[in-house]
Design a binder for this molecule. Sequence first.
Ligand SMILES: Cc1cc2nc3c(=O)[nH]c(=O)nc-3n(C[C@H](O)[C@H](O)[C@H](O)COP(=O)(O)OP(=O)(O)OC[C@H]3O[C@@H](n4cnc5c(N)ncnc54)[C@H](O)[C@@H]3O)c2cc1C
Length: 325
Amino acid sequence: MSTEELVLAAIELSQCSVAFRARVGTNTGIGSEALVVDGSDAQKRRYLPDLASGRLTGCFALTEPEAGSDAAALTTVARREGDGYVLNGTKCFITNAPIAGLFTVMARTDPAVAGATGVTAFLVERETPGLSTGAPYTKMGQAGSPVSEVHFDDCFVPASQRIGDEGQGFKVAMRVLNKQRIHLAALCIGPAIRMLDEIVAHTAQRRQFGQPIAAFQLVQAMVADCQTEIHAARALVLETARKRDEGQDVTMEASICKYFASEMCGRVADRCVQMMGGYGYIADNPIERFYRDVRLFRLYEGTSQIHQLNIARRTYAAAGHDPRG
Ligand SMILES: Cc1cc2nc3c(=O)[nH]c(=O)nc-3n(C[C@H](O)[C@H](O)[C@H](O)COP(=O)(O)OP(=O)(O)OC[C@H]3O[C@@H](n4cnc5c(N)ncnc54)[C@H](O)[C@@H]3O)c2cc1C
């Protein structure tokens, strides 16, 4: 699919349960993207058909207990040994890890080099001795999307499972996340559309003071703000997707998409709870569930603050300035 086709499909698909879209979106996103962009032909032939069909579940293991926003601080080590590498370390917060058959793992092949250089990407199959996953976390939302730690304990990975060259792993990860940010922004738009649909139906039917609450202009203002922001996010994401398909560098725009669409979705969720009144706070109500489910969007794949920093840094750089002086 082109990026434009991908985001159009994601906007439709993500109008269902957020956990369901995570099941599909992780496999077609971060769970396979490193393979798509930097994998060898043999690796692609071996894994991509099964990942695309859903027979195989993928996941992307970058985050560690001491390396979250500062992902380049990762300490999982891949020590060269014979015709492969021995992995040791722990990843945390890995979506799909409890059910994944294939792990894209970032590990440090050169422990002497700190930061982004010295990191290499690997494909690790679930059955590999030394790989284990923790119990799924109990989360605020998205109960249907299992997330856990991943442990590597003297886990031998053949060199044929390396993605790209040694030391290129962080660049691989950034290429994955660059596209994924546009994808994720699209995945924030679907739930917002769905919440607005639900709330329009509710406010048209719920009566107070002898009339539907939809008749009250303060309620209409919240509906208008939701609709306006959804349209703005959709236009932004589609424009960025088309620019990427034309081969333009959309690194800053991808950050803007992720930042704006995830914050937009949070604002829509908050207004929709407000328009539901007390029922909006009662569990088993779709809006209450969406409110919890979409909270994650502002946290993963770069928090809003990390995207703000990235956008500001690139804005200054484009004008020839360094914001650090
Ligand atoms: C449910 C779930 C699923 C996830 N799935 C995956 C996955 O599949 N694969 C994966 O690799 N990771 C995954 N993650 C990890 C996610 O990407 C990280 O949680 C995220 O990057 C933030 O890192 P952290 O949690 O360590 O927070 P921290 O980095 O500790 O950040 C805490 C706070 O400090 C702020 N902060 C940090 N640095 C700065 C700074 N320089 N300037 C300003 N503010 C700053 C942050 O914005 C945030 O508000 C997942 C997380 C969750 C919760």
